[in-house]
Ligand binder design. Structure first.
Ligand code: MG
Ligand code: FE
Length: 174
């Protein structure tokens, strides 16, 4: 990859957005592991969250690799962005009441944000002529789309299971 990319405005922007994406993945990692750990009565959801947690860890490494390859300073990598902080709180809060339903909704919204981020990154990378970053982002995008599709399909089942358990047990166990 060209070493002059960091000197252009677009190149700097691309690296900035990659840093944001890295922060987003670190946030996702925390949310997924917190949520998966708490879930008991939804084995499929738990397993899918754990699988996506593995994918998310690899995604963070891949994004970091793009930043490093472009000569970006990885010590500047932020741990969190304000953009995702609110969603993070929604997912890492105590599991009370209907939190498994709200957590699933928040996970779905988070995946949509990731999809938007990687679509943006793909366009920026192409504009900068960084086809390797574009390829990496496309690979990650597919995983986010798969996760979003899965959650979208499962939301009704999760909701119905939650309501059934609540009716049966009186208490809403997760
Ligand atoms: Mg991700
Ligand atoms: Fe994701």
């Amino acid at each position: 990859m060209t070493t002059t990319l960091t000197d252009t405005k677009s190149g700097k922007m691309l690296i900035d957005w990659l840093r944001d994406a890295h922060a987003m993945e670190k946030q996702a990692e925390q949310m997924l592991s917190n949520t998966a750990r708490r879930i008991e009565n939804y084995p499929e959801l738990k397993a899918r969250l754990e699988r996506h947690l593995d994918q998310t860890r690899r995604q963070a490494d891949l994004v970091r690799g793009c930043i490093e390859r472009l000569g970006g300073d990885t010590s500047m990598i932020k741990d969190m962005t304000g953009q995702v902080a609110g969603l993070g709180q929604a997912l890492s809060g105590l599991f009370v009441g209907d939190e498994v339903v709200k957590g699933s909704m928040a996970s779905y919204v988070f995946e949509q944000m990731e999809i938007a981020s990687y679509r943006t990154l793909m366009a920026a990378a192409e504009h900068c002529g960084d086809l390797e970053t574009k390829r990496v982002c496309e690979t990650i995008l597919r995983e986010e789309e798969e996760m979003a599709d899965w959650l979208e399909n499962q939301l009704p089942d999760i909701t119905i299971r939650f309501l059934s358990l609540a009716e049966r047990g009186g208490t809403a166990k997760h």
